[in-house]
Design a protein around this ligand. Structure first.
Ligand SMILES: Nc1ncnc2c1ncn2[C@@H]1O[C@H](COP(=O)(O)OP(=O)(O)OP(=O)(O)O)[C@@H](O)[C@H]1O
Ligand SMILES: [Mg+2]
Length: 229
């Protein structure tokens, strides 16, 4: 029997920005390894904030937050950065591409700087970048600066970058918001096949509830979150 393990375990998690009010107050949240979870909720309900906490982009919340067996609250900021680079592929809502690098180098960067992700590539980095770019229809843009791309093209660069090197956890914050129907379909196909092949856990935020039935489970942030009650 294969035992399922927890990828994310949060209890009594509470977070507010700086001196601001409590934004998130989540008594309990568990995501099993290999689960594909669809997270939705109104604008401003804290979806991006929750993803930022899980990925260690934000200062740790109070309460318990374990991700892939690590106690996020016990890690320094630099340790959280290293942990994210090794284990988490993140499609940021605002993309966070490196403006002075071209498309190829943006996609390749997380794998280039991380041995664990490099080892998981089934081919050379150059070929893996080209294959992901081809699947997303941006192969002709590999030598372009990312600042010259349309928003939807930038979003596809961010998506390719997050998937490469099979991170154990993929976090995608509205990754299809700027894509047309064909591009959205191609991206989801690539994402799901990568996730299935690598056994990765997927946490996917979207306002497009029509996508929810492609996931194992849906979570709604107002239901998870007790802040403001
Ligand atoms: N850097 C920040 N500093 C202070 N408050 C912030 C910051 N980022 C977000 N907030 C506040 O936290 C709350 C949740 O924001 P968040 O971005 O997590 O929402 P969201 O659910 O991702 O919304 P959307 O669907 O619009 O992306 C909002 O009230 C917002 O004003
Ligand atoms: Mg958001």
């Amino acid at each position: 029997m294969i035992e399922s393990t927890e990828c994310i375990r949060a209890s009594n998690l509470s977070f507010g920005y700086a001196d601001g009010p409590t934004i998130l107050d989540i008594p309990d949240l568990t995501v099993q390894s290999g689960e594909r979870v669809f997270l939705y909720g109104p604008s401003g309900s804290g979806k991006t904030t929750l993803l930022g906490l899980i990925a260690g982009v934000l200062e740790p919340p109070s309460g318990t937050l374990r991700v892939l067996g690590h106690d996020v609250g016990a890690l320094s900021s630099a340790e959280r950065d290293r942990f994210r680079a090794s284990h988490i592929g993140y499609v940021f809502q605002m993309f966070n591409l490196i403006p002075y690098l071209n498309v190829r180098d943006n996609i390749a960067l997380p794998v280039r700087i991380n041995e664990e992700r490099k080892k998981r590539l089934g081919s050379s980095l150059d070929i893996a970048v080209k294959e992901a770019a081809a699947h997303l229809g941006i192969e002709q843009l590999l030598d372009e600066k990312v600042t010259r791309l349309s928003v939807g093209q930038q979003q596809r660069v961010a998506a390719a970058r997050a998937i490469l090197g099979a991170p154990e956890l993929i976090i995608a914050d509205e990754p299809t918001s700027s894509l047309d129907a064909n591009r959205r379909h191609a991206f989801l196909e690539l994402l799901f096949s990568n996730v299935a092949e690598a056994g990765s856990t997927l946490l996917f935020v979207s306002h497009d509830l029509g996508l929810a039935d492609q996931f194992d489970r849906s979570l709604s942030l107002p239901e998870l979150n007790h802040a403001g009650e």
